[in-house]
Design a protein around this ligand. Sequence first.
Ligand code: FES
Length: 85
Amino acid sequence: MTRRLETDREKMLCYCLGVRYGCVIDTIRADACASVQQVTRKCKAGGGCRSCHPEIEELITEVREERKGGGGILGVIARVFGRRR
Ligand code: FES
């Protein structure tokens, strides 16, 4: 699941507003967004037809898991060495 946080950054996520995955991921991380509405306010993604809302919600969940130490290689290292990021 966290693969997207690292590899799909250049892919378009919100076609209505022309916002890529990387921008949405950075916004969620930087502003600790917990809802699609918060993401839309910060970077405009999701402010059109709303068809990208499920994808944005998934990214919010993935970033939340990443914060808990569950995502990517850093998450594995954190779990192995018992530290939280
Ligand atoms: S694709 Fe994001 S609002 Fe339409």
